[in-house]
Design a protein around this ligand. Structure first.
Ligand code: ADP
Ligand code: SF4
Length: 700
């Protein structure tokens, strides 16, 4: 299909100093959880995006020295020739598809704890970075950099830049954002210096300017030099000669950078979840940059709509459409626009499960794209599957995220797929969850899959069709996939974290009751020990329905696990806005219809709370009815010709939607395969033992 000419502008080449990007699709640096210990996993992950049409592909933060050590959080390094070789796998892979490779050279300053290197963190004035996330907290405060420390960092940056050029990178970054060292020099709260590096904005940009200068000297005209800078704080500060200090910064550094990569200051505002923020949310902060410089500007905003992208270019906000999450959710987003296949874009839902992977210290996971991170180790491609030698009959029972993904992937392989759900609409848990405050974008998981399934002639879809063993035996597929989902329980736990049985009372509700339209009588006490989004969002939902509601959790914060997805501060704000009281460190231990008893997690002290109903958001268990019935009659089903029976998604192990989608994808890829073939490849670091690599020698 021909592409709409409106989108032609997105495919124009753009110069970045001495190099030229082939189009305006720019995968900005983003964490992938793939350190130098997983060089092949990383190269394949980045290569897939280049293949999908992104014109520039960058690494995540790449440390220039052992004084910038974020362990145990994952980070890349460019310290020695092994690192050069590890990165060269990625640059070669990216170049194979005509894209350019960028490296985000990085010094974490006071924000890293140097847990592995045990070297003192560096900072302009000994001021620590405040960490609110347990993974970032540490008990080592930074030293104040003297002049020789500044000279050292400039030297490490120059050496890093030379190594980057040797590794084959086309764009080399100076990083001055998100609390890291360059940023700390820019903000007077971190920078109390009385020398030429402190004081007015002209002095505070000096360190960053020198970093740009040494980078330029190091790479000459072989690479573009990019500045990545957070502008949220500085934009709020009036400048002496400019509208704000952010304006002054761009004016002062315009001659020194080939590209401005502009962003917000902290992860929750920079990578905000769709639950609280829409597409293009950075624009009010970064919209001025292009007026202050003739250098190209890249910014992000969870852009998935080509019309929004074109609008950003036409209105002079951005030159490059930056993408991190949209490029993870759909590595082929540019190709789909280029080829007039816009409706096939697998749009990022803004759930931030990808970010949780970094906080978890593991390679990236994505709700929408189950192949992310699996390109090398499992050989999964987001757009290609192996076509079956012989199409077989696949029956999928359950049309939630797991069942839909499994049906789609099996159908793409050419199988004859039947999918049935007892409900009147597709989407399983999402049919209700998409109606909750802020979660409408999550239904893209369903919309994308239904859109593709509707185009396929080899798929039959049946709603309002509850299947039992007899119906399954009658259909007699070759492969049976059970995706029945999970149910919420009334289970409670002791303060020793041991299950203590269920709380039975007619006014005790579970999320399934709410989804079924049974609203509790207020005041309602929500007791949440699931700790992800559901307890918080259901509390919002009840409050929005006019029910007086309070929120109680044994965790230290509301929706405690959402710290991993950048949502936690905004969950608290949302509950406060709805006048919901939040009580932490308390266990629900009894309820008699008028009074709930709370027991303090650590002291055992009890408190009586008046309420008419209780909603427990705690333990989910797989729906076993159909699975058990199938197991009980496995012999009959095998006699009817069913060769494999697999349970997937929440019906196997309840979890986030990302897990269900991955489980459904995996089951389809492995249809009929024996257990022995299911192990993934294990990557390993490149070490001194690696045979010959001449570019590494050249870097010495
Ligand atoms: P997952 O996240 O694993 O996809 P969901 O709970 O979202 O799980 O979806 C499971 C779907 O399976 C629900 O829509 C439910 O109605 C459907 N389902 C469960 N049991 C049956 C059955 N016996 N026949 C048809 N559909 C079923
Ligand atoms: Fe988008 Fe969620 Fe995938 Fe991240 S995990 S890229 S937020 S869909």
């Amino acid at each position: 299909m021909a592409r709409d000419s409106r989108y032609d502008v997105l495919f124009q080449p753009v110069r970045i100093g001495p190099v030229t990007a082939p189009n305006r699709f720019y995968q900005v640096p983003h964490a992938s959880g793939m350190t130098n210990a997983l060089p092949r996993v990383r190269a394949a992950f980045r290569e897939t995006k280049a293949e999908g049409g992104w014109g520039v592909i960058c690494t995540g933060a790449c440390s220039i020295d052992q004084t910038s050590d974020d362990a145990p959080l994952p980070f890349a390094t460019l310290w020695d020739k092994n690192d050069i070789q590890a990165h060269a796998l990625m640059t070669d892979a990216v170049h194979r598809h005509g894209a350019m490779a960028g490296v985000e050279l990085w010094h974490g300053g006071a924000s890293v704890m140097n847990r592995a290197s045990r070297l003192p963190p560096l900072s302009p004035s000994g001021v620590p970075w405040m960490a609110t996330h347990v993974g970032f907290m540490g008990n080592l405060r930074p030293k104040s950099m003297d002049r020789s420390d500044i000279r050292d960092v400039l030297r490490w940056q120059a050496e890093g830049a030379r190594k980057a050029r040797t590794a084959g990178f086309d764009i080399v970054y100076v990083y001055a954002g998100m609390g890291y060292l360059g940023y700390e020099f820019l903000l007077p709260e971190y920078n109390h210096r009385s020398d030429e590096y402190g004081g007015g904005i002209e002095n505070r940009v000096r360190f960053v300017r020198e970093m740009l200068e040494v980078t330029r000297d190091a790479v000459g005209m072989d690479c573009g030099v990019a500045l990545r800078v957070s502008l949220e704080e500085l934009r709020g500060r009036p400048g002496e000669h400019h509208e704000s200090e952010a304006h002054a910064l761009v004016a002062l550094l315009s001659d020194h950078a080939d590209l401005f990569d502009v962003k917000m200051d902290s992860s929750p505002t920079d990578c905000s979840a769709s639950r609280f923020t829409g597409e293009g949310s950075h624009e009010p902060v970064i919209d001025f940059v292009k007026r202050m410089t003739d250098k190209p500007v890249v910014g992000v905003g969870r852009f998935t709509s080509p019309d929004t992208m074109v609008s950003q270019i036409r209105r002079g906000v951005l030159d490059f459409i930056g993408g991190a999450r949209p490029s993870i959710a759909d590595p082929f987003l540019p190709a789909k626009i280029r080829e007039g296949r816009v409706e096939e874009i697998r749009e990022c839902i803004g759930c931030n499960i990808c970010i949780s992977s970094w906080h978890d210290g593991v390679p990236v996971r994505c709700t929408q794209n189950p192949t992310a991170g699996e390109e090398w180790r499992r050989g999964w491609h987001p757009e290609r599957v192996t076509i079956a030698h012989r199409p077989e009959k696949v029956l999928v029972v359950g049309g939630g995220p797991a069942g839909l993904e499994c049906a789609l992937t099996a159908a793409r392989q050419g199988h004859e797929v039947t999918i049935a759900d007892r409900n009147a609409a597709w989407g399983g848990r999402l049919t209700f969850e998409k109606t909750l405050p802020g979660l409408s974008a999550w239904n893209r998981v369903v919309d994308y899959r239904l859109g593709r399934l509707a185009e396929m002639a080899n798929v039959s879809m049946y709603l309002e069709s509850e299947l039992g063993v007899d119906e399954i035996a009658d259909l007699a597929p070759d492969h049976l996939i059970l995706a029945p989902g999970a149910r919420w329980t009334r289970m409670l736990y002791s303060s020793m974290e041991i299950p203590v049985g269920t709380l039975e009372h007619p006014a005790v509700f579970t999320p399934d009751d709410i989804a079924a339209g049974r609203l509790p009588e207020g005041p309602t006490l929500v007791f949440d020990f699931d700790n992800y989004y559901y307890g918080g969002v259901l509390t919002e939902h009840l409050a929005a329905s006019g029910i007086e509601v309070s929120y109680v959790t044994p965790a230290g914060q509301a929706s405690a696990w959402t710290i991993m997805t950048n949502e936690l501060p905004l969950v608290h704000r949302a509950l406060a806005r709805r006048n919901v009281s939040v009580t932490t460190l308390q266990m629900l231990t009894a309820f008699d219809g008028t009074t709930a008893t709370l027991t303090h997690l650590f002291t055992g002290e009890t408190t009586a709370v008046s309420c008419r109903s209780v909603l427990i958001v705690g333990l989910r268990l797989p729906r076993r009815t159909l699975v058990d019935a199938v197991e009980a009659r496995r012999a009959d089903l095998e006699a009817a010709g069913i060769r494999s029976i697999v349970t997937i998604g929440d019906g196997l192990a309840p979890g986030a939607i990302a897990h269900a989608v991955h489980s459904g994808h995996k089951a389809a890829r492995e249809l009929g395969q024996s257990e022995g073939r299911r192990h993934y490849l294990r990557d390993m670091p490149i070490t001194d033992c690696e045979p010959g690599f001449d570019r590494a020698e050249a870097a010495e």
